[in-house]
Design a protein around this ligand. Structure first.
Ligand code: SF4
Length: 237
């Protein structure tokens, strides 16, 4: 099976509860959303070539090539394969084949907007970071439908005992009102699912605004953290 992949590389996870952990990232091409703050625009479209360290390999890549690249890039402190994008679930069948071909732990970073595809991989994933988008992200023309899909995806992973956490990117326009539906939706699944509030990079969000949003979410959820993107601070990809 083949997939269009933008880049495979070893770096430090910069987001969420595993921030600081070394991972091999498989950055898939393609995304069904168009978030205003997107920092991986180059991976939203198909690429003629995939970059692996200093090599460029013609797309699409088959699973054997990707497994071999992961093995080559693995180091003693590396902990997970990060399946990222773009939106990796657009490549759900490839991911199934890839994960079945390795014993390495898998970490999925998804926008959570494709629950039908989440069902296809959920039994194979160890850790999942699910985004919930906000209206001010302007990711889609039908926000309510996207939020419903994201909550369904979170429920799918959580109910199958995948270690699940949720990430929300906070913009200057973000308010208690704009995160309320997301926070209540997470609570309706399980109020112990961790929520990470991530200020957009470069950080323009006021610290008091972040603290107030944390307290607001903390009224509903037992585990709320504020974690900025650390890989961008240290100049890692
Ligand atoms: S879901 Fe992710 S890759 Fe897709 S547009 Fe939004 S930020 Fe970019």
């Amino acid at each position: 099976m083949n997939a269009n992949i933008y880049k495979i590389f070893n770096s430090v996870q910069g987001e969420g509860i595993y921030a600081g952990t070394r991972q091999v990232f498989v950055r898939f091409c393609g995304c069904q959303l168009r978030c205003e703050y997107c920092d991986t625009r180059e991976a939203r479209h198909t690429a003629d070539e995939c970059r692996i360290a200093d090599r460029r390999i013609e797309n699409p890549l088959d699973t054997d090539v990707v497994i071999s690249a992961i093995d080559d890039l693995w180091t003693p402190s590396t902990r997970h394969i990060s399946l990222t994008g773009g939106e990796p679930l657009l490549h759900r069948d490839f991911i199934r084949e890839l994960v079945r071909s390795t014993s390495k732990p898998t970490y999925l970073e998804t926008n959570a907007g494709l629950p039908k595809y989440a069902r296809i991989v959920a039994d194979l994933i160890d850790i999942v970071s699910c985004d919930i988008k906000l209206p001010e992200h302007r990711s889609t023309g039908d926000y309510d439908r996207l939020l419903h899909a994201e909550l369904e995806t979170i429920e799918i992973f959580h109910s199958r005992d995948v270690e699940t956490f949720v990430k929300i990117v906070v913009l200057q326009e973000t308010t208690e009102e704009s995160i309320k539906s997301a926070v209540c939706g997470i609570k309706s699944i399980d109020n112990s699912i961790p929520l990470i509030l991530q200020p957009v990079t470069p950080i323009k969000v006021d610290l008091q605004q972040l603290l107030d949003l944390m307290d607001f979410a903390g009224e509903y959820l037992s585990e709320v953290r504020m974690i900025p993107q650390i890989h961008r601070m240290i100049g890692m990809p």
